[in-house]
Design a protein around this ligand. Structure first.
Ligand code: SF4
Length: 458
């Protein structure tokens, strides 16, 4: 893994009865495609019609899992969709979501994004009490908690379950007649409310509403529980809301650039970060090149901030599969060559500023710089639009062990030498914070993986 990985994406839609019931799965499908970057291991859609929940989920990308025939079988008034990224140990089909359970009040489906810091303890306690789990999935723990607290009011049951869980998360629950969505008390993971034909939708990122032919309404607030039923949205907060502490890495790398999270447009923040980086770590060079795709907005910002022209010096092959096998060093190098190829006339003899969003282990970057040098680059100056990643994440992002984070075990000079770059600089944390709207409070972001300051979820 040479990038941190977001672990899941969620879509939930509730429409008035009789409004395009046959299209609701198609709508979720479009929404899930726009969230594909949040998870590529499995995809699933559950629909509820006249109180009966039907679910289809499989390993694979959204377009591999669903086709016209399958989607045509998924009709209803409510639907729940999920894309999942799995850690290696969890990559079994049984862990795909949504999770559907049957209990006293019928069926419910749960889709979860994030991580619970007390998930293991809750699971152990429930197992001691006789609960049997079929998966390693957090959504199953949550489903069991909600079912246990349900006395006929699903919103109250969700609130009671939320009072027991601790972590960074969003989730959506679908019953026979409504959708209930929730965001953790610090708003660490993102969730947005949108308006769609005949109803409302929830999504991990606002970009999904554009693909669903809907409109973004607002961000779900920290600790907020939304109930969507019959084209009505009601909302309340579980407990005392905490100050927002959204994951700052959403802006740096995870989220799609066309999303807006907590009133900040992701693309604009990335471009501003590049601009600030150019001021913080100037260099004499001929061209600025971004590592596609996530490094490109910051590279454009660096170009604006430095006056050095931006060029598309690296071309990405869109068709290299995510399962490209790389067991040996030479195959890993081949993988980088397959994915990113330098445009020789744009790099030959040039002093290059190469801009990327982050370095986690450094392996991909080393191969990339080697390929630029092979294409004739005279100098390669690496500029990174995030501070060094020094700590693991406990709130829903898959990070390597601390000892495998390159910035934790090597100095900047050593990393520069290992990567065979001419110079290396990261943006400061203050620089990243300045790239986000200066009119809002700076303490509203989680910055744990950079400085160890996590929201106090315990
Ligand atoms: Fe995001 Fe880092 Fe905080 Fe995890 S530790 S939530 S990756 S900012």
């Amino acid at each position: 893994m040479d990038k941190l990985r977001e672990e899941c994406g969620i879509i939930a839609v509730s429409q008035k009865k009789g409004v395009s019931e046959n299209d609701i799965a198609q709508m979720a499908f479009m929404g899930l495609i726009s969230l594909q970057h949040r998870g590529q291991e499995s995809a699933g859609i559950a629909v509820s019609k006249d109180g009966v929940i039907t679910c289809y989920k499989e390993k694979g990308l959204v377009t591999e899992v669903f086709n016209e025939k399958i989607l045509s079988l998924l009709s209803g008034e409510q639907c729940l969709g999920h894309v999942k990224y799995s850690r290696q140990r969890e990559a079994f089909m049984v862990n795909a979501q949504p999770m559907v359970i049957k209990y006293k009040y019928g069926s419910l489906a749960v889709a979860f994004n994030g991580a619970l810091v007390n998930g293991g303890a809750l699971r152990e306690k429930m197992e001691d009490e006789g609960v049997i789990f079929a998966t390693q999935n957090t959504s199953e723990i949550l489903a069991a908690l909600i079912a246990r607290h349900d006395r006929g009011d699903i919103a109250k049951a969700v609130a009671a379950a939320m009072a027991e869980i601790k972590g960074g998360y969003t989730f959506a629950v679908m019953t026979g007649d409504k959708i209930v969505g929730a965001r953790d008390p610090f708003g660490i993971r993102p969730m947005a409310l949108g308006k769609v034909d005949g109803g409302y939708a929830l999504a991990s990122e606002s970009c999904a509403f554009d693909r669903m032919n809907g409109v973004f309404v607002r961000d779900v607030r920290p600790g907020e529980i939304l109930v969507i039923e019959n084209e009505q949205v009601t909302s309340f907060c579980q407990g005392k809301p905490e100050p927002l502490a959204g994951c700052i890495f959403e802006y740096i790398y995870f989220a799609n650039p066309d999303s807006t999270i907590d009133a900040e447009n992701v693309y604009m923040s990335r471009e501003r970060a590049g601009y600030i980086l150019a001021k913080e770590a100037p260099v004499v060079a001929d061209v600025v090149i971004g590592v596609p795709d996530s490094g490109s907005p910051a590279a454009l910002g660096f170009s604006k901030g430095s006056g050095i022209p931006f060029t598309l010096g690296l071309i990405k092959n869109k068709y290299v599969g995510r399962t490209f096998i790389q067991p040996t060093q030479s195959q890993r190098e081949a993988s980088v060559r397959m994915k990113l190829n330098p445009v020789r006339p744009l790099v030959e003899g040039k002093r290059i500023v190469l801009v990327d969003d982050s370095i986690v282990r450094g392996t991909t970057m080393r191969h990339l710089i080697a390929s630029l040098r092979n294409a004739g680059a005279a100098e390669v100056h690496l500029r990174i639009s995030s501070p060094p990643v020094l700590n693991s994440c406990y709130y829903g992002v898959d990070t390597p062990d601390k000892n495998d984070l390159i910035a934790n075990v090597m100095s900047s000079a050593e990393i520069c030498e290992m990567l065979n770059a001419n110079s290396l600089a990261h943006i400061s944390l203050e620089g990243v914070l300045a790239s986000l709207d200066a009119s809002v409070e700076k303490s509203r972001y989680c910055t744990g993986c950079f400085n160890g300051q996590y929201p106090p979820v315990e």
